[in-house]
Design a binder for this molecule. Structure first.
Ligand SMILES: Nc1nc2c(c(=O)[nH]1)N[C@H]1C(S)=C(S)[C@@H](COP(=O)(O)O)O[C@H]1N2
Ligand SMILES: [Mo]
Length: 203
């Protein structure tokens, strides 16, 4: 690190935070910004369901109660949006992919994930990204049910990538043999979205 800290770094040091936690080109925010294409969908839990399908032995459709009956995990993670805000230490509660994998039994050919959300939003990640210990299919954030604008009743949390990969209003996880671009990826956002490498846009 250089002898002179940037203003952004100094602000972190003043708060007792390690500036190395902040990826390049990001700044820290304490609020939790809301960001999405389209509108916040209305959801009726009575008719809502969640599917895991594609390259699996046993596709599943869970209703809300069945989902909530699965073993729960809690994680605490930093989130980084491609529009340059980062928020530290957001905690999420939900179900880890490994529990869903026990039910669906992924085939050998399952290498990629396409997350499907309300209103046709999609996001793609390699299956390894969901296998990370700190990835989650989440219904709670910071000890409260997700706010509607943050994805209630269910969102994906993939902390290893820019936050657009973390689909809000998640309705299905599709396992695929080959990668398929999601919503923002088709608009030129970087397929891999590693914030340490500043993989913001493809071109
Ligand atoms: N369904 C859906 N999920 C989405 C998006 C979206 O447009 N639709 N935007 C993504 C982007 S760009 C970001 S930064 C995060 C923002 O999540 P937040 O509003 O909870 O901060 O949601 C991601 N998930
Ligand atoms: Mo974003």
């Amino acid at each position: 690190m250089s002898l002179f800290r940037s203003k952004v770094e100094q602000k972190l040091v003043d708060k007792g935070l390690d500036p190395a936690r902040l990826p390049p080109g990001q700044y820290l925010t304490e609020k939790w910004p809301v960001l999405h294409a389209g509108t916040v969908p209305r959801t009726d839990l009575a008719t809502w369901d969640f599917k895991v399908f594609g390259e699996v032995e046993e596709p599943i459709t869970l209703d809300y109660d069945e989902l909530r009956a699965l073993p729960q995990t809690e994680i605490t993670t930093d989130i980084h949006c491609v529009t340059r805000w980062s928020r530290f230490d957001t905690s999420f509660k939900g179900v880890h992919w490994r529990e869903l994998a026990k039910l669906v039994r992924p085939k050998q050919s399952a290498h990629f994930v396409l997350a499907h959300a309300e209103q046709g939003f999609t996001a793609n990640v390699p299956l390894e990204a969901l296998e990370d210990d700190n990835a989650l299919v989440a219904w709670e954030a910071d000890g409260e049910p997700l706010e509607p604008e943050h994805g209630w009743p269910l969102r994906l949390v993939v902390p290893s990538r820019y936050f657009w990969k973390s689909a809000k209003w998640l309705r299905a996880i599709e396992l695929l043999p080959a990668d398929q671009p999601g919503f923002w990826e088709r608009y030129g956002y970087h397929n891999d979205a590693d914030y340490w490498k500043e993989e913001r846009y493809e071109f």
